[in-house]
Design a binder for this molecule. Structure first.
Ligand SMILES: Cc1cc2nc3c(=O)[nH]c(=O)nc-3n(C[C@H](O)[C@H](O)[C@H](O)COP(=O)(O)OP(=O)(O)OC[C@H]3O[C@@H](n4cnc5c(N)ncnc54)[C@H](O)[C@@H]3O)c2cc1C
Length: 451
């Protein structure tokens, strides 16, 4: 056994959660892990600790899988990879690329573990890109009695078990779909007025493989647009928009609208936003050294899809995060609502990022059965000032059917979670089936899911 002492303060990456778990195990073999799970009364797996709440904490044991052999095995014919659960995306990506394969998408940070990210439905951006867990075709977990359980896409409850919040068992390996390796070029554009989104939101977000809008809410505008384009993709011509149609209806002599009347995506501009002349960090004023290469220089998928470089650790822990996902068609009215509380957001905000995520069928995914827009907030590291604003923003966004990201800060009640995540009662049944004695429950699951 390799248990840590309770006296030693252990925290999540952000440092805002001190883990109360009295024991931390770090098994070196699968059978050692099976023995620990079978023996203890309560247990939760700790991934890389990048969640901003107590989701990974445990009233009993915590176990890290980082000491298990980091195995990956590509099946080229089936276009899948079987990977150890504790591997970080950065390492998995490097191994896949060496064999000529890629994952469809990545989150902004490659330092997170594959199992931990999928457990909370972590996502990147792209109108056609689903969250990272949607790539899973199978997983293997250690159940409450220490035995190995296999879950495959053909199983009835598969779609319930993929985004599992750590509540079904200790996942030891995952099978993920892969695609042939591809190159991506990335450009940053600056200063996009909010009003441009009124008629062009869909075109702006669907104009490239992955698009992110950033704002500090110090004005009704986006400070940066990060555009990631697959090299070799045909130019994504945006369809005619409502504004274009209105412009065509304007009679000669009438004043022209200051908003572009035709899709305007070029190397120099993304609608009215102009290409940045040098590399940028999403937070204005911060040096871009930790960020992936920009200025349109092509590079491998794993070195462009995340915003941050795998070999460098960005601003470790100096922030808090919240995120809410709502139906994509409500993006523009919801952004205008947020604009109304800009004076409350800006003082506690480091940066806000807007992304889109394609619908999936995973019960606890915030994109379950709906294409979504994700409103992400990176807050200053001051919980006392931030939490009232989190509650204000989520009250406002509740009217738009927002679902909170499971791994970030939120104050939504269990009742409201149950109404926004309609398959939550089914997931509770699954928890009872996999773990009747509640070995994998913790105060987070009791608080958010119910008992
Ligand atoms: C700087 C930063 C950037 C981020 N960027 C994004 C982003 O772009 N998009 C996004 O959606 N999210 C993002 N996140 C959130 C992050 O992806 C999630 O919080 C994710 O869960 C972190 O993975 P982890 O390995 O650190 O998991 P942890 O926080 O350690 O654990 C999360 C949950 O997974 C469970 N778990 C972990 N491993 C296993 C396992 N092997 N078996 C069973 N359960 C397990 C834990 O028990 C817990 O319930 C970001 C976070 C940070 C700090």
């Amino acid at each position: 056994m390799n248990a840590g002492s309770a006296a030693q303060r252990r925290t999540n990456w952000a440092g805002n959660v001190s883990f109360g778990a009295p024991e931390l195990h770090r098994p070196a073999t699968l059978s050692e892990l099976q023995g620990i799970v079978a023996r203890v009364g309560k247990i939760r797996v700790l991934g890389t600790g990048h969640s901003f709440n107590d989701i990974a904490d445990s009233p009993g044991a915590q176990v890290s899988l980082a000491g298990l052999p980091p195995e990956t095995e590509v099946d080229s014919a089936a276009s899948v990879v079987r990977t150890s659960a504790g591997l970080r995306y950065g390492e998995l990506a490097r191994r896949l690329d060496q064999k000529g394969f890629a994952l469809r998408n990545l989150a902004s940070l490659p330092h997170i573990s594959v199992a931990g990210a999928c457990a909370t439905a972590t996502h990147g951006s792209g109108a056609a890109n689903q969250n990272l867990a949607a790539a899973i075709t199978g997983l293997e977990l250690i159940g409450a009695d220490g035995d190995i359980v296999e879950v495959r896409r053909e199983d009835d409850w598969f779609e319930g078990a993929v985004v599992h919040l750590g509540a079904l068992g200790a996942v030891v390996s995952l099978v993920l779909e892969v695609v042939p390796s591809f190159d991506v070029s990335q450009r940053v554009y600056e200063n996009l007025p909010l009003e441009v989104l009124d008629d062009h939101f869909t075109d702006i977000m669907a104009g490239a493989y992955s698009v992110s809008l950033f704002t500090d809410w110090r004005g009704p505008r986006f400070t940066q647009v990060w555009v990631k384009q697959r090299v070799g993709d045909p130019a994504q011509a945006a369809p005619a928009t409502r504004a274009d149609q209105r412009a065509q209806a304007v009679s000669p002599g009438q004043a022209a609208s200051p908003i572009p009347t035709a899709p305007s995506i070029t190397q120099e501009s993304w609608f009215t936003a102009a290409a940045a002349s040098a590399a940028r960090h999403p937070v204005p004023g911060l040096p871009p050294d930790t960020c992936t290469a920009q200025l349109g220089v092509p590079g491998p998928w794993y070195a462009r899809l995340p915003h941050f470089r795998p070999e460098l650790t960005p601003s470790a822990g100096d922030e808090l995060q919240s995120e809410y996902l709502l139906p994509v068609e409500l993006a523009v009215p919801a952004l205008h609502e947020l604009d109304r509380i800009r004076d409350r957001l800006a003082p506690v905000l480091s940066i806000c990022e807007i992304r889109v995520v394609a619908a999936d069928q995973l019960w606890l995914s915030p994109s379950y059965l709906r294409d979504t827009v994700a409103f992400h907030f990176t807050w200053i590291p001051d919980s006392a000032s931030v939490l009232p604003v989190v509650t204000l923003a989520e009250h406002m966004l509740a009217a738009f059917g927002a679902r909170p990201h499971w791994g970030k800060l939120f104050t939504v009640s269990a009742e409201d979670l149950r109404s926004s995540y309609e398959r939550l009662p089914d997931f509770l049944d699954l928890m009872r089936r996999y773990d009747p004695a509640g070995k994998f429950r913790n105060s987070y699951t009791d608080r958010c899911l119910g008992r």
